[in-house]
Write a protein that binds this ligand. Structure first.
Ligand code: ADA
Length: 583
């Protein structure tokens, strides 16, 4: 556990800091300066977790402080890696402010400068209050509960006493990916250190190969690019999720290892062309769900066992894809999707932001930074097939144009191989469909606004036909179209002979109609249902549309108990006629 630090004695290693930390809830305290911290009243808290999903502070908002000690060999630099700190955070080591973050789900690296002392104090301030000036990314009107805390893993990377070290490695499948062609980009970090080092690689478990020598260095960061070939290539797909790995080593002239990193990757190609999606040159139809990382027992910090069973549920339902709505994904979830074979749409934090938010320079910068971090952390996961951004922003208007254009340019520059999209709520009036690789539409026919309709379910197919007709009328015939959200609320256990709104059977018939239409209309390349499981949201303005203050559009309820919808979706996605829940 991180509070017992005696194991942190070797250099060039990575340690998990998950475990019990010291914690204090400071409530209304201001965040502008490091507050005076009491000597007593510290409790133990498990990291990762959300303090406002805990037994003692459910639903509380305010400032909280987390503390643990680190042992870093004297003179060594180190790096902290945070999976997610939400909503706002500051990281201090030995009282020195090292980093502030306001993006919530942004994975973050923080460099710790060397010190002559080995015992160091790590202090993390976290605030989950909404304050537009400080956290313009977050708004209380989002349709999912936003929690506070150290929500994901924390790691400590000890650097070698002197540079260089391996900062980042990106593996990109090449044009000839089928024959194992990859491009490897290596970023070497660290202060100059006079000596010579060799960069070596081991592909899968083959012989160690020499890549290049690093001369005595005068700068602090250098990048290198190599074209390599995987000797016995196997393609990655959801049906056959084959993975390869490479180990990059930095060694000195006597062969002594200075640093090393193992990277897993997959050989696959994803494309959007001729109005269709293609995976490994075969047509791809997305069948999937949107998924919030959430469970009543853990809030937004689901453990790997829960992630694993969520993936089992999705696969049992016949899904080949999941949209990680609406923020970057936990790296452990992506690892599982790599291995178990589930395509992932990863997107940055966003929900319905409008003019006020786009006018904030801080928002624009935070958004840019969050995109860079998301791509950097998730680059090597073959399961991630596209980058999404800013769910349901004001894309029928002009004021979003600079951010939309910059976002697409940034993602294209950072990653030449993945597709780019955003989920739009403006099927007929969106102004930005031409920017992206495939068009994604969130639409709720047969639910919102259909109260007066005689046959609300009949609206579904009509709307879905109108959407693709409108896209094609605008001359976007080469762009694949995906329904990125569609659904209706079904309250678990609410079975009623009338089969009206909110019953399990209405929801099941609704999703069946939607899936059948999408799979039948050739212009569609897939459907992502809203939603995987029921999820907590806010009361506020939506209370009367959100029984229990939950978004109840899950095919499973929040405890993963299947509704009738699950059976219906499974039958449509797997083309079977099973009526029993047998997953
Ligand atoms: C939107 C939004 C989702 C959810 C959904 C709903 O399209 O993107 O996060 O709020 O609507 O249930 O209304």
């Amino acid at each position: 556990l991180p509070t017992s630090t005696s194991c942190y004695t070797t250099t060039n290693a990575e340690y998990s800091l998950n475990g019990l930390w010291e914690f204090i809830f400071l409530g209304e305290t201001a965040t502008d300066v490091l507050p005076e911290l009491p000597q007593n009243a510290w409790e133990k808290v498990l990291v990762p977790s959300a303090f406002d999903a805990s037994v003692t502070l459910p639903g509380r908002r305010g400032l909280a402080c987390y503390r643990c000690s680190l042992e870093i060999p004297p003179g060594c630099a180190a790096q902290l890696w945070f999976g997610a700190l939400s909503l706002w955070s500051r990281v201090y080591v030995d009282g020195q402010l090292l980093r502030e973050n306001a993006c919530g789900y942004e994975p973050m690296r923080v460099s710790i400068p060397p010190s002559p002392h080995s015992l160091r104090e790590l202090l993390v301030l976290v605030d989950n209050r909404f304050n537009f000036e400080i956290t313009p990314m977050h708004e209380p009107y989002f349709d999912f509960y936003q929690y506070g805390g150290i929500l994901r893993e924390v790691k400590l990377r000890i650097r070698p006493p002197e540079g260089p070290w391996l900062e980042d490695i990106r593996v990109t499948p090449g044009e000839n990916y089928r024959s194992g062609a990859i491009t490897v980009d290596i970023l070497v970090g660290g202060e100059p250190c006079g000596k010579q080092f060799d960069l070596m690689v081991i592909v899968d478990r083959h012989e160690r190969q020499f890549l290049t020598s690093l001369r005595a260095r005068t700068d602090s960061d250098s990048s290198f690019r190599f074209d390599l070939r995987v000797p016995s290539p196997r393609l990655w797909s959801p049906q056959a999720p084959e993975l390869h790995q490479l180990k990059i080593l930095l060694q000195d002239k006597d062969g002594k290892e200075q640093d090393s990193r193992l990277v897993r990757f997959g050989l696959r190609r994803i494309q959007a062309r001729d109005g269709r999606l293609w995976l490994n040159d075969e047509p791809l139809v997305l069948k999937g769900v949107n998924r919030h990382e959430w469970h009543p027992n853990y809030g937004p910090c689901t453990p790997p066992s829960q992630m694993f069973s969520d993936i089992q549920w999705m696969k049992a339902m016949g899904c080949n894809c999941v949209r990680g709505s609406h923020y970057p994904q936990d790296q452990r979830f992506l690892d599982l999707c790599d291995e178990l074979g589930l395509l992932v749409w990863e997107e940055n934090l966003g929900w319905g932001q409008r003019e006020k938010t786009f006018a904030s320079a801080k928002f624009v910068e935070d958004h840019r930074q969050a995109l860079l971090s998301m791509v950097r952390e998730s680059y090597n996961h073959p399961c991630v097939f596209c980058w999404g951004f800013l769910n349901e922003a004001g894309t029928d208007s002009d004021y979003v144009r600079p951010v939309m254009e910059e976002t697409v340019a940034l993602l294209r520059a950072e990653d030449p191989q993945r597709l780019i999209t955003f989920a739009s709520m403006y099927a007929f009036t969106d102004q930005y469909f031409d920017l992206v690789d495939f068009i994604s539409v969130n639409t709720y026919p047969g639910w919102y606004g259909c109260e007066q309709a005689d046959k609300p379910l009949a609206l579904i197919r009509t709307r879905l036909e109108e959407i693709v007709a409108s896209v094609d009328e605008r001359g976007l015939t080469d762009k694949p179209v995906v329904i990125s959200e569609i659904g209706a609320e079904g309250l678990y256990g609410w079975r009623d002979a009338h089969g009206d709104f909110f019953t399990e059977s209405y929801q099941a018939r609704h999703l069946k109609a939607a899936i059948e239409a999408v799979l039948d209309i050739p212009r569609y390349s897939g459907i992502l249902l809203w939603h995987f499981s029921d999820v907590r949201t806010y009361s506020g303005g939506r209370s009367l549309m959100r029984p229990r203050t939950f978004n109840n559009k899950g095919t499973l309820d929040e405890y993963r108990r299947p509704k009738e919808a699950f059976v219906a979706v499974k039958a449509c996605f797997t083309d079977t006629t099973e009526t029993e829940v047998d997953a």
